[in-house]
Write a protein that binds this ligand. Structure first.
Ligand SMILES: Cc1cc2nc3c(=O)[nH]c(=O)nc-3n(C[C@H](O)[C@H](O)[C@H](O)COP(=O)(O)OP(=O)(O)OC[C@H]3O[C@@H](n4cnc5c(N)ncnc54)[C@H](O)[C@@H]3O)c2cc1C
Length: 399
């Protein structure tokens, strides 16, 4: 029987879930492309920063993950540079690969604001693993320096987080909570810590549930985080950040989490895009010009009625499952199904052992929400790890 060649670009939440589903059919021959050799669990970054997890616990090796299937999934560690949609070919720096079906799941990147002077040089990102690790080390080093100076001087530690979205809020809360516990546990005299969250809108977590926004705001304030609303970052130097209000803040370091934008490949692709530059898809998650091409996860925008469904890992995974189902239906000459994807819930980590969230319409908070978030994350990691472990075993059995 002729094999169905599926190429998946991007081994993130969307790409891996689509592969899990599609690999069940032995007729499917799947190739995963990713420019990195690992899947990065961005939802766990807050734990990486607080030393609760190391980098191995927030990443999954894509080679062994793909090997863990029954021989019908291969991994190519290459950046996809372009797609020839007319001839159904994915183009990397070295080769062209033919596909019958293509799934674009390349996510998004941290928004780069050209007008902010010094952004590239002096601010840390967290959306890719090596940057998150570098930032974590910088944070620890800054704590160490303060401890070393303890008893002689007591300058506060100054951290600025730009971006009042999910990642900015989680990072600010985690750093505030971690540093407080760290100072207290070790009985250090100098415990002064200033964390400022810069938010361009009138409230944090724009687009999320009003009650969760209120709870998160309160928690940040309890942790001593100062929030500057309706404010943007104008300039960054090694020592300071100048805000759009003219205020100048001293910094030990700064994190930039100021939203997301379409990534380099999405910008290159000759496909219909929406106003923000994301790939337009129809109700079946297909690209309208090329029905054999699907776009899922953060690289596209989906709607619940007229409302944009916020891009999260949960939504990316739902899109992946729906896309896989439609590809299977197509193979079996069944009708394609329109998606009805909604956010099933959100859990926001707000410091050590504290979270708030809404799951299937029910609000939860505090330690219970934290544990729920941990369980969700652990189950996800366990599932990938099991597959990767199978792949690893195959390698050692062969040798
Ligand atoms: C700090 C932080 C905290 C977050 N917390 C939460 C949370 O608590 N809950 C939640 O639901 N969501 C959270 N999110 C959002 C969530 O991580 C994203 O919505 C999710 O990662 C989207 O999945 P994706 O598969 O579309 O993209 P990604 O997971 O970003 O994966 C995209 C993949 O594509 C690869 N790629 C990109 N371009 C190319 C190319 N040209 N060639 C080959 N490979 C390429 C990348 O290397 C990457 O592996 C958080 C995000 C951040 C940054």
């Amino acid at each position: 029987m002729k094999k169905n060649k599926i190429i998946v670009i991007g081994g993130g939440y969307a790409g891996l879930r689509a592969i899990e589903k599609l690999a069940k059919n032995p007729q499917n021959e799947i190739i995963l492309f990713d420019k990195q050799s690992y899947h990065f669990m961005q939802t766990d970054v807050y734990d990486l920063i607080a030393n609760e997890e190391d980098f191995a616990q927030v990443s999954v090796d894509l080679f062994t993950f793909c090997l863990g299937f029954d021989g019908n999934v291969a991994f190519v560690k290459e950046e996809v540079m372009q797609v020839d949609f007319e001839n159904k070919k994915v183009i990397s720096n070295t080769q062209r690969y033919q596909y019958d079906q293509l799934i674009i799941a390349v996510g998004a990147r941290t928004k780069h604001v050209e007008s902010v002077k010094g952004l590239r040089t002096h601010a840390h990102g967290i959306k890719v693993l090596h940057r998150a690790m570098y930032f974590k080390q910088k944070f620890e080093m800054a704590l160490y320096k303060k401890v070393q100076l303890s008893g002689t001087t007591c300058h506060p530690m100054n951290i600025v987080v730009a971006g009042g979205g999910l990642s900015g809020v989680e990072i600010a809360a985690q750093m505030a909570s971690f540093a407080k516990e760290f100072y207290k546990k070790n009985n250090f005299m100098c415990r002064r810590l200033n964390i400022v969250l810069i938010n361009s809108g009138a409230q944090i977590l724009q687009g999320l549930d009003a009650k969760l926004v209120q709870k998160s705001d309160k928690r940040l304030q309890n942790l001593g985080v100062r929030i500057c609303h309706n404010t943007k970052v104008a300039e960054i130097t090694e020592e300071s950040v100048t805000l759009s209000t003219g205020e100048k803040l001293p910094i030990d370091f700064m994190v930039f989490a100021g939203g997301i934008e379409p990534n380099a490949l999405v910008c290159e692709l000759n496909l219909e895009k929406n106003q923000k530059g994301y790939i337009i898809t129809n109700e079946y998650l297909q690209v309208p010009q090329y029905p054999e091409v699907y776009a899922i996860g953060d690289c596209t925008t989906i709607y619940d009625g007229d409302v944009v469904v916020s891009p999260t890992a949960d939504v990316a995974e739902q899109m992946a499952e729906h896309c896989a189902k439609n590809i299977e239906n197509l193979l079996q000459n069944k009708e394609l199904l329109p998606h009805k994807i909604k956010s099933r819930g959100i859990l926001i980590a707000l410091g050590r052992r504290y979270a708030v969230g809404r799951i299937f319409g029910v609000y939860i908070g505090g330690y219970f929400a934290f544990i729920t978030k941990k369980i969700v994350e652990k189950l996800y990691a366990k599932m990938l790890d099991r597959r990767s472990h199978l792949g690893c075993r195959k390698i050692f059995e062969q040798n």
